[in-house]
Design a protein around this ligand. Sequence first.
Ligand code: C5P
Length: 229
Amino acid sequence: MHTQIMVALDVDTLDEARALLKSIGPDVLWFKVGKQLFTRHGPDAVSLLKAAGKKVFLDLKFHDIPNTVGQAVRSAAFLGADLTNVHAGGGPAMLEAAARAGREAGIQVIAVTVLTSLDAAQLQAVGVNIPPADQVARLARLAKTAGLQGVVCSAREITLMRQTFGPDFLLVVPGIRPAGSDLGDQKRVMTPRQATEAGADFLVIGRPITGDPDPAAAAARILREIAGA
Ligand code: C5P
């Protein structure tokens, strides 16, 4: 699968979402709706995108008891989302419930392994005394075994994930920054070209596009960079 971009619609209002959709919609198929927009506007955020013929990643990172997570995955499918996610740390039974619900309801489900905001010290504080990369590998294995379609991972882990799980494991990669752009709060970043060459399926890109005075031009530049990789 060639690498595609997925624009993170991290905005407060549906009007802002509509404006972004209008400017970059012709170039971009996939959009990510996360907690910021969904907590305010809920299903309307997904409907807006689906009505425009877009694919939606509903990024709500479910983490709860298996039954609740399975039902939440069904609800995500009911809204029309194409892809959603859960925390792999919810454990094997929860991951299996999510995978089963996804298969039955017709939605792809991937897992978050270790948040990119957690370093070794933060992990130790919650009782995880192995290096973050080992914990990523352990949780990705659980996700794969449970039957999930892939993981959200940082660009640094793409090569390891590809080597371990092969070409069909979906790798969705945030923390993408074109050379010379503002890092914001992201630390472990890669350029679109690097992440594409490493083998990402989807690059999740927010502020480098949504924060640009000309989002359409920013998206076009990134798409050119990917095409040239
Ligand atoms: O603006 P930026 O390009 O940093 O946006 C990245 C998006 O990816 C945000 O919506 C953020 O919540 C999400 N994300 C992330 N790191 C993760 C998982 C999700 O940055 N580990």
